[in-house]
Design a binder for this molecule. Structure first.
Ligand SMILES: [Zn+2]
Length: 283
C-alpha cells in the first residue's frame, strides 16, 4: 500500500509501556475481565455478543478507560496505523457526513483496560462500543503473517477497517439493534445475529477498500493479501484448525466464503447500503 503520504489521524493513542499490564486473574479482576478471559484466543476480538452482554450487566465495577499519548514518529508500524486510520476517517466522513465521528484507536501490548473490561493480546483486535475505541495489539499483525500467511499492508489495513466498521455500526445504532434482538433469542439465533454483525463489518471494511483503491493506494498483491486474511479468519477455517471439525451453529463471525463475499461486496460497490446482511436470505 502507498500509505506514506497519507495524512495521519490524530486519534491514535499509544498505551504500550503505560503500565497497562493488568493482573489477569488477580484479586481485583472485574466481571468483565473474567468474561473476556474466557473468550481469549478468538481471532478478531471477542465475540461481539460478549461485549454487548457486558454492557447489559450494568458493569458493577465500571471499568475505566486507559489514556495514552500519540505514538512516536519513528515507529513505522504506528505510523502505518495512523495513516490508514486517517484515510478511513476521511472516507467515512464523505460517506456519512452527518453521522460519522472518528473513533479512537488504542495501541496496546500485553493487556489493557477498556470500558468493556480488561483484555489481552490473545483476543486479537476489538472495538469497545462504550468508549468508542478500537483496541489493537501490533502482535496481531505478526500473527496474520505467520499463522495466516496474509502479508500485505492492505491485509493489516483490513483488520483496522473491520474494527472501524464496528464503530460505524455503533454510530448507526446497529449495535443497539443487535443487543435488543438477542435479548429474546436462543443461543443459535444470537450467534446468527453476531455473524450478520461481523459480516457487515467486513463489508464496511470493503467499502473503505473501494475508496483506497479509487485513491490508488493499492499495490500488486495488496488485494490478494486482504482476501487471504478474510478467508483465513473464517469460523470454519479457525474451527478446523483448533478443534478439527466445523460446527456452523456456533459460528459468530461467518465462514471463510462469507467473509470474502461480504468484503468483496463492499469493495465493489463502495456503498454501505449494499452491506445489508440483516435482511432475510442475504447471507
Ligand atoms: Zn468484528
Amino acid at each position: 500500500m502507498k500509505w506514506q503520504d497519507l495524512t495521519r489521524s490524530g486519534n491514535v493513542e499509544d498505551l504500550r509501556g503505560s503500565g497497562g499490564g493488568l493482573p489477569i486473574g488477580g484479586a481485583g479482576i472485574s466481571v468483565g475481565g473474567l468474561v473476556l478471559a474466557l473468550v481469549a484466543g478468538w481471532i478478531f476480538g471477542v465475540n461481539p455478543l460478549t461485549i454487548l452482554g457486558l454492557m447489559d450487566s450494568g458493569s458493577q465495577q465500571a471499568p475505566t478507560t486507559q489514556r495514552g499519548e500519540a505514538p512516536p514518529d519513528n515507529d513505522q508500524q504506528a505510523q502505518f496505523v495512523e495513516a490508514v486510520l486517517g484515510h478511513m476517517e476521511k472516507t467515512w466522513k464523505v460517506i456519512l457526513p452527518q453521522r460519522f465521528q472518528p473513533a479512537k484507536l488504542a495501541i496496546f501490548s500485553g493487556a489493557v483496560q477498556s470500558a468493556c473490561g480488561s483484555a489481552n493480546s490473545a483476543m486479537g483486535p476489538f472495538y469497545c462500543p462504550p468508549d468508542q475505541r478500537v483496541y489493537l495489539d501490533m502482535s496481531f499483525f505478526k500473527e496474520l503473517e505467520t499463522r495466516f500467511e496474509a502479508r500485505s499492508d492492505f491485509a493489516r489495513a483490513y483488520v483496522i477497517a473491520h474494527e472501524v466498521g464496528h464503530h460505524v455500526q455503533n454510530l448507526m445504532g446497529t449495535s443497539d439493534y443487535v443487543q435488543q434482538q438477542r435479548a429474546r433469542q436462543s443461543k443459535a439465533q444470537a450467534n446468527q445475529m453476531s455473524v450478520k454483525l461481523e459480516l457487515q463489518a467486513d463489508c464496511y471494511a470493503g467499502v473503505w477498500g473501494h475508496y483506497a483503491q479509487r485513491d490508488n493506494l493499492l499495490e500488486p498483491g495488496d488485494l490478494e493479501g486482504a482476501l487471504t486474511a478474510a478467508s483465513a479468519i473464517g469460523d470454519d477455517n479457525l474451527q478446523r484448525q483448533s478443534q478439527g471439525r466445523v460446527v456452523p451453529e456456533s459460528f459468530t463471525h461467518g465462514s471463510s466464503a462469507q467473509r470474502v463475499k461480504w468484503f468483496r461486496q463492499g469493495m465493489t460497490t463502495g456503498r454501505p447500503e449494499s452491506c445489508d446482511t440483516f435482511s432475510a436470505g442475504k447471507l
